[in-house]
Ligand binder design. Structure first.
Ligand SMILES: C[S@@+](CC[C@H](N)C(=O)[O-])C[C@H]1O[C@@H](n2cnc3c(N)ncnc32)[C@H](O)[C@@H]1O
Length: 193
């Protein structure tokens, strides 16, 4: 079933996490014993379902603003019998507010907004919590910015590069940049006080 969701997403050009990025994400969740997860960017629910299938006591809030994606995600999650543990919120991330604390915040929505999302949800990170960011090399484009023809894409990729630089100097976090995993993964763990 999950394989069908993946195949359909790939056929329809829905951007979902790459295989080795997903394996790495699941490994981090397992090793850190994450139970409360926030996902920014649901798409059709592929990564959320994979995370929820790891353990019966995992709960996920996931946010999606595109109605078609949202509807597909809700249907996929129901088909997997996971609707009690995955809450899909049909809203813009910018408008989502909660007091809940999360062990892992998976950031996988608008790439130009990664710093904004980090600041927005910093207080929602549990003491041992981590941010997990996908697409940090954006199909390798971060290595050849001047070669990017599309102006909007170039601007977005520059913001991604700037975000990495900001995170390298951000005293709130210890970071690990895995540029050769998936589409480039960044993990930021809350620095101990
Ligand atoms: C890369 S896809 C998510 C893929 C998913 N995490 C997976 O691996 O299966 C990013 C999704 O974020 C959504 N998105 C982008 N900006 C958003 C925003 N500001 N608020 C809510 N959703 C947003 C897009 O509609 C898109 O479906």
């Amino acid at each position: 079933m999950i394989e069908q969701i993946k195949e359909k997403a790939l056929n329809e050009d829905v951007p979902i996490i790459k295989d080795d990025g997903l394996i790495f994400l699941l490994k981090i969740i397992r090793e850190r014993n994450c139970r409360e997860i926030l996902e920014l960017g649901t798409a059709v629910g592929y990564s959320a379902i994979n995370m929820a299938l790891l353990s019966d006591d995992i709960h996920i809030d996931t946010i999606e603003k595109n109605e078609d994606m949202y509807r597909q995600a809700v249907a996929n999650i129901r088909n997997e019998g996971l609707e009690e543990r995955i809450d899909v919120h049909f809203t813009a991330i910018e408008d989502y507010k909660t007091d809940r604390k999360y062990d892992l915040i998976f950031v996988d929505a608008a790439k130009a907004q990664y710093m904004k999302y980090t600041d927005q949800f910093y207080d929602n990170l549990s003491d041992d919590g981590v941010f997990f960011y996908d697409n940090m090399i954006f199909h390798g484009m971060v290595y050849n910015v001047e070669g990017i023809r599309n102006r909007g894409t170039r601007s977005m990729v520059k913001k991604l590069i700037n975000f990495l630089e900001l995170m390298r100097n951000d005293k709130r976090f210890d970071i690990m940049f895995c540029e050769d995993v998936g589409d480039g993964i960044l993990i930021a763990s809350r620095r101990k006080k």
